[in-house]
Design a protein around this ligand. Structure first.
Ligand SMILES: NC(=O)CC[C@H](N)C(=O)O
Length: 334
């Protein structure tokens, strides 16, 4: 009788067919709605569905619409946090943005009562404050630094979708209200409209599910892109990024997510989710149908199943289960 763990052994080939069956299983799930508060996002096709997994040794597995391009939205917040940390260091960054989960929706207009800081860099208020910290001589240089940072994680050239940027800019009064509130408390001191434009631009960067998997694998690989070999962020800040993802990345679902999936993750309203399995893999799912907390319905299901199937929960894997890569290297199929 094979033990449970042995039956979890995978090879590259049977992992690919496993991913295909996982994709088939959840393609049929039609729950949720596409985001419509940003008009450009309402054009998404509810059938779009891709899954990609990148390993820290540079292998990439993908299925479905894994090469379809869409706007990165809130997943950008993780990477911009990394750049803000590099620009200012941990101590200063913490004076501007907290690391406490809110239990509220991603777009709640709420600041910490005591410190007046936004709660964390994963909710909109904290992300706008984080973006306002990006250094550069004027808006063009700041945007170029941001794009350069994304290129490091993705490994190829990228662009900002002008229609989504304009759509967010013209309908983003809720984000604008947060920015004014933060400026009132001295938490934003650069030009407020410029900071908001940069935030809307970072959300409108076009990525594929495959790109997101490589970005997540870069975080899993202590900041070095496993496909290009280039460093995207200082290794010393990975810890900051992953702990905030773990506690705040799935907004008001973060507690249940940590309990069920047990891995640092970040979602976005265009339907992407990235998950980091430290020292092992990056997972990305793309499906625009969202639940009421703005997390991708198929994305959550796929991640729950992958975590369960490969014992990826941090408090499984840190308790002696074999790593995903060990399972992948196993020559005997289950
Ligand atoms: N959760 C998200 O992906 C939100 C990002 C979106 N651009 C906004 O600001 O509302």
């Amino acid at each position: 009788m094979p033990s449970d763990r042995l039956s979890n052994s995978v090879t590259g080939q049977n992992f690919q067919s496993y991913l295909e069956s996982l994709h088939r299983k959840y393609q049929a799930l039609r729950d949720g709605n596409v985001a419509n508060y940003i008009p450009e996002l309402a054009k998404a096709n509810p059938d779009w569905f891709g899954i990609a997994i990148a390993t820290v040794d540079g292998q990439v597995f993908s299925v479905g619409d894994a090469d379809h391009l869409f706007t990165i939205q809130s997943i950008s917040k993780v990477f911009v946090q990394g750049l803000a940390l590099e620009d200012h260091g941990r101590d200063y960054f913490l004076t501007r943005v907290g690391v406490e989960p809110t239990g509220d929706a991603f777009n709640a207009i709420v600041l910490d009562e005591q410190s007046k800081r936004p709660y964390n860099p994963m909710v909109n208020a904290g992300a706008i404050a984080t973006t306002s910290l990006i250094k550069g001589n004027g808006p063009t240089e700041r945007l170029n630094r941001l794009l350069e940072m994304f290129r490091g994680y993705i490994g190829h050239d990228i662009f900002v979708d002008a229609s989504t940027f304009m759509s967010e800019r013209t309908t983003g009064d809720r984000n604008r209200a947060m920015a004014y509130l933060m400026r009132n408390f001295g938490m934003i001191d650069t030009n407020l409209e410029e900071a908001l434009d940069l935030y809307f631009q970072q959300c409108s960067v076009m990525v594929s599910c495959r790109d997101l998997a490589v970005m997540a694998a870069t975080l899993a690989n202590r900041g070095v892109n496993p496909v290009t070999g280039d460093r995207a962020v200082a290794a010393g800040y990975i810890r900051d990024m992953l702990s905030v993802m773990y506690t705040c990345g799935m907004y008001n679902f973060a507690g249940e997510w940590s309990y069920r999936v047990g891995l640092p993750a970040k979602s976005g309203v265009s339907g992407g989710i990235i998950v980091v399995v430290p020292n092992q893999i990056g997972i990305a799912v793309f499906s625009p149908l969202l639940d009421h907390r703005a997390n991708s319905v198929r994305g959550v299901k796929v991640c729950e199943e992958l975590s369960e199937r490969f014992e990826l929960h941090l408090f499984d894997s840190s308790m002696g289960c074999r790593t995903f890569l060990e399972k992948l290297a196993q020559s005997n199929p289950p």
